[in-house]
Design a protein around this ligand. Structure first.
Ligand SMILES: Cc1cc2nc3c(=O)[nH]c(=O)nc-3n(C[C@H](O)[C@H](O)[C@H](O)COP(=O)(O)OP(=O)(O)OC[C@H]3O[C@@H](n4cnc5c(N)ncnc54)[C@H](O)[C@@H]3O)c2cc1C
Length: 373
């Protein structure tokens, strides 16, 4: 049987970013399996924000981790584009969260103060500020704000990408660097062997590797349960709506409304506990549309052409899980939300960790075991 250094199960954003980082760092023969079920559209159907604001209010390590990731997004994207030839459509003009009414505006102001302190504790700046209604309106001169919009929380150091192009670019660059990608291939069992290797049973037969990275999103739960590991993730549905293409007028994304480079508006901020049901619902579409129109009334004049649901990989505290199994230290687990934003740290810090190079001190704070209480 052919010798493989590292196998990655899952070719979503987490698996692809990490696998790319490992081949770039000379991690040997790296093979990635992805079963590509139509229901698992998470890495293709997300909102595409590269965002840190206001993540980690109750967890300074996560605040630092998110900020570190977004700081590196522009150089991460430039290198990826050069290597793959893909345009990931990164727009780095900042991003905002609008407030409705005075109470929400004041609450956002408090959050900025708190997060500034949280980040200062870990030696980091927090480049976020409050914009009053006039300043916010002046930054979006081609759109009219709804009457109830009181202002926004804003950072110039975040943006958005095309998630589909991002995923394609990472998978392509991975293969260009010598990585092997088995799309449409399902892994059904992980068997640690006595000699320290790991055998995988897949729909293309058996494979053996020195190390294994399990980054299979919700598919990881079953694979790890068979090793006696309970992965602390749960499903949460989000629904998105897209409009017809119109002239590009929105120059930076707002948390629930962004305009893609081709002119489509995307709207979405729903969070629902629905197990693994990816259906869209009239209720969520309705409430999201109303929220978007409260922000920009002119969106009511556009045709809404499509909607879909995707299932987030959530953890109880919202921060990611990076675990090296204590019983099988050559098996690593990556899971959690915001993998688009975190792609640069997965490409660098997470791949360095798996390759036993630099170990970022934050990683130990994200163990799966932190939930074993
Ligand atoms: C509505 C919505 C909006 C979002 N917006 C943002 C955003 O703006 N910014 C942001 O940073 N994040 C956002 N996210 C989160 C982001 O999409 C996820 O964090 C990310 O896609 C997770 O990637 P992943 O690789 O961990 O998981 P997945 O994308 O689920 O990848 C896992 C892969 O493993 C494969 N797999 C599973 N089991 C097996 C098996 N047994 N064998 C082989 N392959 C297997 C699956 O087919 C899948 O392709 C959003 C999510 C949702 C739902």
């Amino acid at each position: 049987m052919e010798k493989i250094d590292i196998i990655v199960i899952g070719g979503g954003i987490a698996g692809a970013a990490t696998a790319l980082g490992m081949v770039r760092r000379g991690g040997g023969k790296v093979v990635m399996f992805d079963e590509q079920l139509p229901s698992q559209r998470l890495s293709r159907g997300n909102f595409g924000l590269t965002w840190f604001m206001p993540k980690g209010a109750n967890n300074p390590t996560y605040a630092l981790w998110s900020r570190m990731a977004t700081m590196h997004w522009p150089e991460f994207a430039a290198k990826l584009e050069e290597e793959s030839g893909y345009d990931v459509e990164l727009e780095w003009n900042g991003g905002a969260m609008h407030a409705i009414g005075e109470e929400q505006f004041n609450a956002y102001g408090e959050s900025v103060k708190k997060m500034t302190d949280v980040c200062r504790e870990v030696g980091l700046d927090y480049p976020v500020r409050m914009l009053d209604r006039d300043e916010f309106a002046a930054m979006i001169p081609s759109m009219r704000l709804g009457d109830e919009v009181s202002g926004a929380m804003y950072s110039a150091e975040q943006g958005h990408v095309n998630p589909l192009c991002l995923l394609g670019a990472m998978r392509y660059a991975f293969q260009k660097r010598g990585g092997v990608y088995h799309g449409g291939t399902s892994v059904s069992a992980i068997t640690p062997k006595g000699n320290g290797t790991i055998e995988l049973t897949t729909s293309k037969g058996k494979f053996v590797a020195e190390k294994l990275v399990v980054a299979a999103g919700h598919g990881s739960t079953r694979l790890l349960a068979e090793l006696g590991e309970q992965l602390h993730i749960y499903p949460q549905r989000g629904q998105l709506i897209v409009t017809e293409r119109v002239k590009k007028v929105l120059n930076f994304p707002i948390l629930a409304v962004r305009q893609t480079m081709d002119g489509t508006f995307m709207i979405g901020l729903s969070t629902e506990d629905t197990a693994h049901d990816v259906q869209v619902t009239v209720e969520a579409m309705n409430s999201q549309a109303k929220g978007a129109i409260r922000l920009f009334p002119e969106l009511a004049d556009l045709n809404w052409v499509r909607g879909w649901g995707a299932i987030r990989v959530m953890t109880p505290d919202g921060s990611p899980i990076y675990e090296q199994l204590s019983e099988h230290p050559n098996i690593y687990v990556l899971a959690g939300h915001s993998a688009v934003s975190l792609a640069p740290v997965m490409e660098k810090q997470i791949s360095d960790w798996i390759l036993d190079r630099d170990i970022a001190p934050q990683i130990s704070q994200f163990s799966n075991g932190r939930f074993n209480v």
